[in-house]
Design a protein around this ligand. Structure first.
Ligand SMILES: [Ca+2]
Ligand SMILES: [Ca+2]
Ligand SMILES: [Ca+2]
Ligand SMILES: [Ca+2]
Length: 514
C-alpha cells in the first residue's frame, strides 16, 4: 500500500502529466460519448467527474432540464495555477433550468476551490441557484441567477476569496413566506475576502445583497460597481409583506439584534441602490467597519442610507464622495464624512442628473459582460457634484472625483487619469473658447512632461508640449484651436492631458466656433 506522501507525489506526477483537456456537454449529448465537440457528454456530473485542474468544460447553448443538485466536491478542486473552467461555448446561452426540482434543493453546490464559471444561466432551483459551500478562490463570471426559490447566489461555510464578476441575480423568491431570498448573500457562515464587481441584483423578494451573520465574525466583503434596486417585491410587483425586508445593500446584522456584536466589514465602491422597498444602504445592526466611497442612493422608500448604531471599538464608518437624492440619509455622528452631496456646499435636485429613468437598469450587458452604459443617475454637465469630491486613490476624470457612482465622462475614449500630488493640471481659460485658450499646470519636481489635446473620440489633435524637460514651477500654454498640421478644428468638446513618468491628468474644454 502506498504511503500518503508517495500517493501525493504520484498524484502530483499525474497532474503534471495531464494535458489540458477540452470537455463538451450539450443538452442532446450522451454520457456514453467521449465528451468532444462532435460527441459531447449529456450531463454535468459526467463532465465534472472527467475534469482535472486546467481543463475547460464547454457548455453548449440550450435548455438543460435538471432535477438533481449539481455538486462539485472538494476533490475536484483546481489549483491556483490551473483552475477548472466551466464556460458557455462561444456566444451560446446555456440555461440550467431547475424549475422541476423539489422545494429545498439547491441548483449548484460548489464545494471545491479554484473553479471558474462563465456565462451560465441558473434558474428555478428549489433553494439557492448556486451555493458556494466550503469553496474558496473561485471566480463566478457573467452568470445569471433568476427565479430561484431562495437566494440566487449564496456563500456559506467559510467560503472565502471568491470573485463574483459581472453577474446578475433577480426575481428570486422563496414561497410561501418570502422572507429569505436575496440576490447575492455573503451571509451567515460566510468567509472573508469575497469580492463582487459589476454585479446587479433586482427585485429579489428579500434583499439585493445580504451580509447578515450567524456563525461567522470579523469577515470582510467588498463590492465595486454594483447596482441593486426594487428589492422587497415579487416579480409581478406585489409586496409579500414585512418579512420580505427589501433592502438594497444589507451590510450585516446578527441574531437578537446582533447581541453577539458580529462584525461584517463592508467596502462599497461606486455602488448604487435605488427604489428599494426599504433602505438602500442598510447597517442592520452591523458593528464592523463600513466604507462607502462614491456610492449613490436614490428613491429608497425608508432611507437611502441608514447607519446609526454605534460600532465596536476600533471600527469606523467612512462615507465619502457619495450622493443621495429623494431619500433620507441617517448616519450616526461617529461617521467619518467628506464631500457627500448632503453636506454643504452641495445641493441636489433632479437637474443634477442626466436621467432618473430607472427602466433601463436591467438592460442587456455589453459584449464583454460589463454593465450597460445608460444615463441613469449620471451627472448632468452643469451639476455642482462634478469634481466635488476628494481623491480617494481611484481613477477619476477632470480636476477631482465627482460625487456618486458615475464619474462624469462625456466621452469614454480617454482613460480617466489621476493627479499625483507632484503635478497639477488646471482648467483652461477662457472656457468655452474661440479661437484660443490658455492651459496652466504646475510641477512640484523637475521632470519631462507632455501636454496633448485630444478630440471627443480620443484621437490626438496636437501636442502642445512634447516630452520637454521642465523644472519645478507653474507653466501656461496657449492653444490656438488648430491641429498638428495648422488647420483649425471644428466646434466641440476636447480634452487635454498632461503626462509625465509619474502619471497623467485629464481635463475637458469646449471650443465654440461662431
Ligand atoms: Ca427577510
Ligand atoms: Ca435577506
Ligand atoms: Ca446641484
Ligand atoms: Ca471628475
Amino acid at each position: 500500500m502506498l504511503k500518503p506522501v508517495a500517493l501525493c507525489t504520484l498524484l502530483l506526477f499525474f497532474a503534471t502529466l495531464h494535458l489540458q483537456a477540452q470537455i463538451y456537454i450539450a443538452p442532446d449529448g450522451d454520457d456514453g460519448n467521449p465528451g468532444t465537440l462532435q460527441q459531447p457528454y449529456g450531463t454535468f456530473p459526467k463532465a465534472i467527474q472527467e475534469s482535472m485542474p486546467g481543463d475547460t468544460i464547454y457548455v453548449r447553448g440550450g435548455v438543460y432540464d435538471l432535477v438533481n443538485t449539481i455538486t462539485i466536491s472538494a476533490v475536484k478542486s483546481g489549483t491556483e495555477d490551473q483552475l477548472v473552467t466551466i464556460t458557455a461555448y462561444n456566444e451560446e446561452v446555456p440555461l440550467l433550468d431547475f424549475s422541476g426540482q423539489s422545494f429545498g434543493s439547491k441548483g449548484i453546490s460548489l464545494r471545491a476551490n479554484y473553479w471558474h464559471f462563465i456565462g451560465l444561466q441558473i434558474k428555478g432551483a428549489g433553494d439557492n441557484g448556486m451555493e458556494i459551500n466550503f469553496g474558496s478562490n473561485n471566480i463566478i463570471e457573467r452568470c445569471q441567477f433568476y427565479e430561484n426559490r431562495d437566494t440566487g447566489l449564496q456563500l456559506s461555510n467559510g467560503s472565502a476569496d471568491n470573485r463574483i464578476l459581472n453577474c446578475d441575480s433577480y426575481y428570486n423568491a422563496d414561497p410561501p413566506d418570502y422572507g429569505d431570498a436575496d440576490g447575492f448573500a455573503p451571509k451567515l457562515t460566510v468567509g472573508s475576502g469575497n469580492y463582487f464587481y459589476g454585479c446587479r441584483a433586482w427585485v429579489n423578494c428579500d434583499d439585493g445583497w445580504d451580509g447578515y451573520l450567524r456563525g461567522a465574525d470579523d469577515v470582510t466583503t467588498t463590492l465595486e460597481n454594483c447596482w441593486t434596486w426594487g428589492n422587497g417585491y415579487l416579480k409581478d410587483g406585489t409586496d409579500p409583506g414585512p418579512q420580505a425586508n427589501g433592502n438594497g445593500f444589507k451590510m450585516g446584522g446578527g441574531d437578537n439584534s446582533n447581541s453577539d456584536l458580529l462584525m461584517h466589514h463592508m467596502v462599497l465602491i461606486n455602488s448604487v441602490a435605488f427604489s428599494n422597498k426599504n433602505k438602500g444602504f442598510d447597517q442592520n445592526n452591523n458593528v464592523g467597519s463600513m466604507t462607502l466611497y462614491n456610492c449613490t442612493g436614490y428613491d429608497n422608500l425608508t432611507a437611502n442610507y441608514r447607519i446609526q448604531r454605534t460600532l465596536n471599538p476600533g471600527q469606523t464608518l467612512t462615507v465619502k464622495n457619495s450622493a443621495s437624492y429623494q431619500g433620507l440619509v441617517q448616519l450616526g455622528s461617529f461617521a467619518v464624512q467628506e464631500t457627500n452631496s448632503w453636506l454643504a456646499p452641495f445641493s441636489v435636485t433632479a437637474d443634477d442628473f442626466l436621467s432618473l429613468d430607472t427602466s433601463f437598469a436591467d438592460a442587456p450587458r455589453q459584449p464583454d459582460g460589463s454593465l450597460p452604459e445608460i444615463e441613469l443617475l449620471h451627472l448632468a454637465e452643469d451639476s455642482d457634484l462634478i469634481d466635488g469630491g476628494v481623491d480617494l486613490g481611484y481613477p477619476y476624470f477632470g480636476m477631482a472625483p465627482d460625487l456618486g457612482a458615475f464619474e462624469s465622462n462625456y466621452v469614454t475614449a480617454i482613460e480617466p487619469g489621476n493627479i499625483p500630488g507632484d503635478f497639477q493640471l488646471f482648467q483652461n481659460y477662457p472656457n468655452p473658447f474661440n479661437p484660443s485658450t490658455r492651459i496652466a499646470y504646475s510641477l512640484a519636481k523637475a521632470e519631462r512632461v507632455t501636454l496633448a489635446v485630444f478630440n471627443a473620440l480620443g484621437r490626438e489633435v496636437v501636442k502642445l508640449v512634447d516630452n520637454a524637460p521642465q523644472s519645478a514651477g507653474r507653466y501656461t500654454v496657449d492653444w490656438n484651436g488648430r491641429d498638428a498640421t495648422g488647420l483649425p478644428v471644428s466646434s466641440g468638446v476636447y480634452f487635454y492631458r498632461l503626462t509625465s513618468a509619474r502619471g497623467m491628468s485629464n481635463a475637458r474644454m469646449m471650443l465654440l466656433v461662431k
